[in-house]
Design a binder for this molecule. Structure first.
Ligand code: ATP
Ligand code: MG
Length: 665
């Protein structure tokens, strides 16, 4: 691509937090930004000091680009900070986890109960031979046991690698082999859309494919335990896999009977806390490494300030613990802050398409953190569903995972937030560990579609191809590449087993900054607007055009629920824009509608961005975390063999798109 990205979309609506919200906000001093900027290390130290350390660090930061060490010499335990210290400080009876299963069973755990159960699981792990430094793969249903298993690993100093419960046997084997996992923790199954996903059977398959380092498989009961976990539901019919004596161990045998006493291992600030593989939107997943002290510092600070987390809040992050969002903003950040939160096992449309709104009503959720892909789906389903529920407990809304189109932002604001709740659009990555660009909801007025400002202390800015800072005075007219100019505590410490890839992906493009791989622009108020992945930027007749802006213009049309655009090879233009469009319920695809939508984009952002092809489709390929995989759409449009598809949510979508495309061309 040439130097910069041209930008077209203008958005001038501004929303201020209410006076009431401002007055009570955890972050209310606008000077917080300048103070942190003047002394970033001092700022992060002030957050590290809110944690419990068994030994204080002697050096705040050792920075040998691209390798950072934070709080060097410090010792602490992440599980102690997320669990025990709340019990010690008298909050043992506070509810930590409200686990709602898909069938409707609800189980609550107080911090004291979490401490006991985590200790039992940790003792169970020890009993199967896991010790400090051993890597444990976790393939479990979304729910309290998953969070508690992660914490149990942290308690004994065994790094976890959580594999999302929707992944295949092949993905499990890939990841377990890549990091040399010594055990896999799983469950008999999990509920998804009223059916059972047979997790243990899938682990058996992975073992058959070959996981040479795995000696033990620890199995929790979820679906097959009558009376307790499924609240008296009949034990359903499912394939529980094949029990292999000596390899397979029941959690009921080694954890349920174990002592509730298990000391926390004293860990170095820089000891590995976990490895997590990225979503795979752009290619083969990378095993991202996070360590203990810096990661916990970053996630604790951002949870408290971005979500304005208070003692009385009921928080709900709808992500799965299989993603980084579940690590940082279900387990570590929120629990370090001692919060009460909901964990939901199943699908958003299980027992009705209003399941999310029912959960909010039932548990009186006050903070909701979800993804644009979910919001666009809810828009497609219509506003009668949320309107039929009492959402008055909500006071703050969050978004993560993809750029949020202004139209989706407005819907979230109006229909879910009832024009009362600030929205925090949070930009970050598996690699950054914590939120990097985001509003502080009591300080920053928001604009639909903008992630607003770097979190205090974060050195985010925008470079052109040559590494010149274009953010400061471009006034939003050009976009460039989002970079982070200084190390931050929760940054990745590398890619497991692949130092070259670590240097190459993030540190080779610019000599003095971390390259995030995303495009962004900055407006006259210093607000950041994410433009999508740099790999997806389209070069049309000499103009660099972002996928985000064209998709947002498409979604702005009343008939369009969701859109994915790509640049397709074109002899004259270089690339031509092809749009894959999903329409809302109540609209019919037709040639007139196609023309109307194309014209709408032309009017909204200019003729150069008007798609050449507009294909109506029922779905677009997404990762299991719901992100659009544009690279596969490009492969289809250009008739290539498909790239890595292992992280694809639904392979049928690509197959049918491919068939449609072949039919047309
Ligand atoms: P891979 O790196 O394997 O291709 P991935 O980038 O999808 O996978 P994640 O770390 O889960 O894996 O996602 C981070 C990416 O998600 C960001 O780089 C960005 O592209 C996108 N993203 C996340 N939050 C936002 C947001 N609020 N606004 C815009 N984009 C976002
Ligand atoms: Mg990425």
């Amino acid at each position: 691509m040439s130097d910069t990205i041209e930008t077209f979309l203008e958005e001038s609506r501004v929303f201020e937090p209410s006076a009431e919200f401002k007055a009570a906000a955890n972050a209310s001093d606008p000077n917080i930004y300048e103070k942190a900027e003047a002394d970033p290390e001092g700022w992060w130290v002030s957050w590290a000091e809110t944690l419990d350390w068994s030994q204080k660090w002697h050096t705040v930061l050792e920075w040998n680009q691209p390798f950072a060490k934070w709080f060097v010499g410090g010792k602490l335990n992440a599980c102690y900070n997320c669990v025990d210290r709340h019990v010690v400080s008298g909050k043992g009876d506070k509810i930590a986890l409200i686990g709602e299963g898909e069938p409707g069973d609800v189980r609550n755990f107080t911090y004291s109960q979490v401490k006991d159960r985590v200790s039992q699981i940790a003792n169970g792990l020890k009993a199967i031979g896991i010790g400090k430094g051993d890597i444990v793969a976790v393939y479990m249903p979304m729910g309290p046991e998953l969070a508690m298993t992660m914490l149990a690993c942290a308690r004994i100093g065994a790094p976890h690698t959580v594999i999302f419960g929707g992944f295949t046997a092949e993905s499990i084997a890939d990841r377990a082999n890549n990091c040399g996992a010594k055990a896999i923790v799983t469950s008999d199954g999990t509920w998804r859309r009223g059916k059972i996903v047979e997790l243990k059977r899938i682990v058996d398959e992975a073992m058959e494919l070959g996981c040479s380092t795995v000696d033990k498989v620890l199995v929790f009961d979820r679906v097959g335990k009558p009376g307790t976990m499924t609240s008296g539901m009949a034990t359903p019919d499912y394939n529980a896999g094949t029990w292999v004596d000596g390899r397979d161990v029941k959690a009921a045998d080694v954890c349920d009977t174990a002592s509730t006493d298990c000391p926390c291992e004293e860990m170095d600030a820089e000891d590995l806390l976990f490895i997590l593989y990225t979503s795979g939107s752009t290619g083969k997943p990378k095993g991202i490494m996070h360590t203990t002290g810096g990661y916990l510092t970053g996630t604790t600070a951002t949870t408290k300030l971005v979500f304005d987390m208070k003692d009385e809040d009921i928080y709900w992050c709808t992500a799965d613990c299989g993603w980084v969002t579940g690590h940082s903003y279900i387990v570590y950040g929120p629990m370090s802050n001692g919060c009460t939160q909901v964990m939901y096992e199943g699908a958003p449309d299980a027992q009705g398409k209003d399941r999310f709104w029912k959960i909010i009503e039932k548990h009186k959720v006050s903070i909701l953190y979800t993804a644009p892909t979910a919001i666009r789906t809810f828009m497609k389903w219509g506003e009668d569903l949320p309107n039929g529920c009492d959402l008055s407990s909500l006071r703050l809304l969050g978004s993560v995972g993809e750029p949020i189109n202004p139209e989706a932002w407005m819907w979230y604001h109006r229909v879910i937030g009832r024009e009362r709740c600030p929205i925090v659009d949070t930009w970050w990555q598996t690699e950054t560990g914590g939120i990097m660009v985001t509003p502080l909801p009591g300080i920053v007025s928001t604009k639909p579609g903008s992630a607003t400002r770097p979190f205090p202390g974060v050195g985010a800015t925008i470079y052109d191809e040559d590494g010149n800072d274009i953010g400061a005075d471009s006034d939003g007219e050009v976009g460039g590449l989002l970079v982070l100019k200084r190390p931050w505590p929760s940054m990745l410490r590398g890619i497991w087993g692949d130092e070259d890839r670590y240097r190459d992906v993030y540190w080779s493009k610019f000599s003095d900054a971390y390259f995030a791989g995303d495009g962004a622009k900055r407006d006259a108020d210093g607000f950041f607007w994410l433009l999508g992945r740099v790999d997806d930027i389209m070069l049309v007749s000499g103009h660099n055009i972002s996928t985000m802006e064209v998709e947002s213009a498409l979604v702005d049309h009343p008939a369009v629920a969701e859109a994915a655009v790509i640049g397709k090879q074109h002899e004259v233009k270089g690339q031509a824009i092809a749009a894959f469009v999903i329409i809302k319920q109540g609209f019919e695809p037709s040639d007139e509608l196609r023309q109307e939508i194309r014209m709408h984009v032309g009017q909204k952002i200019g003729p150069v961005a008007r798609p050449d092809d507009l294909i109506f489709t029922a779905d677009v390929p997404k990762t299991r975390s719901g992100k659009i995989m544009r690279r596969l759409l490009r492969d289809i449009a250009e008739g290539r063999l498909l790239g890595d598809t292992t992280t694809l949510a639904d392979p049928n979508v690509v197959a049918s798109l491919q068939a449609e495309h072949d039919k047309e061309s």
